[in-house]
Design a binder for this molecule. Structure first.
Ligand code: SF4
Length: 130
């Protein structure tokens, strides 16, 4: 298998060519430093990405809050983490950067916005007089 990639490990963005001859037999060219080879090997064997999604919120000004993993996690873990995300439900208020759950591979799922408590509807809580 031959694959072309762009290294995203630094702003130079080297164009890499990867040849996979078999398990562990991977040739990388086009990289200007060892980080490019490490990136290419990971990308063809166990690619990682930051997972982003939404989690339900009850009692908030919005019904959901945006979340992401605090670091890239293996893409193979995405179905498992998304299953967890679908089951989660937070209670407002929700803080920015709040840890919501563990996401596998040492990563945490954190919020990327805050959700305040919903304001009570007009008139709610007012006592009746006379
Ligand atoms: S191979 Fe090295 S120099 Fe090239 S983009 Fe990757 S990190 Fe940067």
């Amino acid at each position: 298998m031959r694959k072309k990639l762009v290294c995203v490990s630094c702003p130079v963005g080297c164009e890499l060519e990867v040849e996979v001859h078999g398990p562990g037999a991977i040739e990388v060219s086009g990289n200007r430093c060892p980080r490019g080879e490490a990136y290419a090997r990971e990308e063809v064997t166990d690619p990682k990405r930051v997972l982003m999604s939404l989690v339900k919120v009850v009692g908030g000004e919005r019904p959901v809050v945006a979340v992401r993993t605090d670091r890239p996690i293996p893409k193979r873990l995405f179905p498992q983490v998304m299953g967890l995300v679908r089951r989660l439900c937070l209670k407002a208020p929700v803080k920015l950067g709040q840890v919501v759950a563990l996401a596998g591979d040492g990563a945490q799922l954190i919020t990327t916005q805050q959700v305040r408590e919903a304001s009570p509807p007009p008139g709610a809580g007012a006592s009746k007089s006379g």
